[in-house]
Write a protein that binds this ligand. Structure first.
Ligand SMILES: [Zn+2]
Ligand SMILES: [Zn+2]
Length: 501
């Protein structure tokens, strides 16, 4: 199963026991859940007198929803080995998560919502009975999401429990402290509980205090440490450390490039690119100005560049600064790493590489544009579809991919894999169809691709034996292709790990 951050925090396991109604055989299966989704049972009719006395909105409890969830249901969709199609399904808990998300199924369909009140534990509560556990297990409410009906459509309110035990209500830009009664009466859609472990809580409380003190002292310059004695700790981890029973490992490796420096980000690269463009524009006299060679490579080692790099600013925004020794302790305890020192430099090599990759793409696109509509050539050359897709993904990386995944985007494809279309007699395998397994391109494009990527073989389909002028690349095209190949070779030799991402 693919790793998911949400799953790793919320995931628990249910056992579904399915008993065949015919042969009584029981089939157990484990189901993962990240939110426990509960149907709301009907309210048991209360007598008129009771209603009058209590004078309150009709209400059910979370316990009743869970009881309803545990009730066996008839499932007629599975086939038993005896041939019968109906079984009795009943759920039980196998493993609870540190964080428990309970979803109350209020939406009956697109337009109808069940607005009945569901009461739920607000103070620390033993969930042993709720989950049929062997031993006591306390959970603590820390968040609620409420669905509001508004003229403007769907709206949500978030209620959070703060460290000082107060509740905060957040509705868009309105944030206010609310009473416990307000919380008790809200129409919850999602409830968030965390496991309470008193021993860990004590340890965490002292560590938290210590960490916060150190952080504040550094901020207020009461504790003066040299840059090499300080390091960055991701803010999101610090938050998890404060709020989760079991904080995950401290993930920082995605910030570091293969040269053990701070990985530049998309915007670092764009700034240089934009500068380069305007420099090119402003200095028409300097014909050697290409955006690879403009000063940024020298500049990128200077302190100014380190401070101005977007990756560095981002790091500052998303981290707290603590003493390196403390961070070492935390990484030893919780795993993860590496340590990101305060004086880390943004990698200029990676930046240069990203610029080279970008230049390569640009040159390659120029060539394609130059020849794609050349008169006098029909589409008679075959290219393997899978290879073509990889090539397109590489050449036309969207901005989003560059921003999200890496500075470098998808790698170029390897050699052309036309041979995968052929049988042992070098004929196209019969089942392979145009548009599905291969595409047709013109002679100029085929020559460019083969010149850059190699591989093959050349396959042409020319049923009417039409004669074409033989195509030859011009000298300056060949020079351009040579540059494309050199740029890539430079990159691939040094940056294999990054390219394979
Ligand atoms: Zn059966
Ligand atoms: Zn690097």
């Amino acid at each position: 199963m693919e790793y998911s951050f949400i799953q790793s925090i919320f995931s628990g396991e249910l056992i579904s026991n399915l008993q065949c109604l015919n042969c009584k055989k029981i089939t157990k299966s484990v189901e993962q859940f990240s939110a426990l989704s509960l149907e709301l049972p009907e309210i048991k009719q209360q007598g008129f007198f009771k209603q009058l006395v209590h004078n309150q909105k009709q209400s059910i409890s979370l316990q009743e929803c869970l009881d309803y969830f545990y009730e066996p249901v008839i499932d007629s969709l599975t086939l038993c080995s005896c041939g019968a199609r109906s079984g009795k399904r009943q759920y039980s808990f196998q493993q609870q998560s540190n964080l428990l998300c309970i979803h109350l199924q209020r939406f009956l369909n697109k337009t109808q919502k069940d607005t009945k009140h569901v009461s739920f534990p607000i103070k620390d509560h033993n969930f042993q009975e709720y989950f049929n556990l062997d031993s006591e297990q306390n959970y603590r409410l820390f968040g609620i999401i409420v669905h509001l009906h508004d003229q403007g459509g769907d709206h949500f309110e978030t209620i959070l429990k703060c460290q000082n035990q107060q509740f905060l209500s957040i509705k868009d830009e309105i944030i206010e402290i609310v009473s416990q009664k307000y919380v008790e009466e809200c129409e919850a859609l999602l409830l968030f509980y965390e496991k309470v472990d008193n021993q860990i809580d004590l340890f965490k409380a002292s560590l938290r205090k210590n960490l916060q003190n150190q952080h504040n002292m550094i901020k207020n310059q009461e504790l003066l440490l040299k840059d090499e004695e300080l390091c960055y700790l991701p803010h999101f981890w610090f938050e998890q450390f404060l709020h989760l029973a079991k904080p995950p490992s401290i993930i920082t490796s995605h910030l570091i490039c293969p040269h053990n420096l701070l990985k530049p980000d998309y915007w670092d690269f764009r700034i240089e690119y934009e500068n380069a463009k305007s420099a090119q524009y402003n200095s028409q006299l300097d014909t050697n100005t290409s955006f690879i060679t403009i000063g940024e490579v020298q500049n990128s080692n200077s302190p100014a560049y380190i401070q101005e790099s977007s990756a560095y600013k981002q790091l500052q925004l998303t981290s707290i600064i603590i003493p390196k020794a403390v961070c070492e302790f935390l990484i030893e305890k919780y795993g993860g790493g590496p340590i990101i020192e305060k004086n880390i430099k943004t990698c200029s090599t990676c930046l240069e590489y990203a610029q080279q990759m970008s230049r390569r793409r640009k040159l390659e696109r120029q060539l394609i544009i130059k020849y794609e509509n050349l008169q006098g050539y029909d589409r008679i050359f075959v290219v393997h579809e899978e290879w073509l897709k990889k090539w397109q993904a590489y050449l036309y990386n969207s901005k989003q991919i560059l921003q999200r995944n890496s500075l470098f985007g998808y790698p170029p494809p390897g050699e052309i894999t036309n041979y995968l279309l052929l049988d042992k007699d070098q004929q196209i395998v019969q089942q392979k169809k145009e548009g599905q397994h291969f595409h047709m391109i013109t002679a100029p494009i085929w020559h460019i691709l083969q010149e850059i990527y190699g591989g093959g073989p050349t396959i042409s389909i020319n049923p009417h034996q039409q004669q074409y002028e033989p195509f030859k690349l011009q000298m300056d095209d060949l020079i351009q292709i040579k540059e494309i190949k050199v740029l890539y070779q430079n990159c691939i030799n040094q940056y294999k790990p990054e390219i394979q991402q």
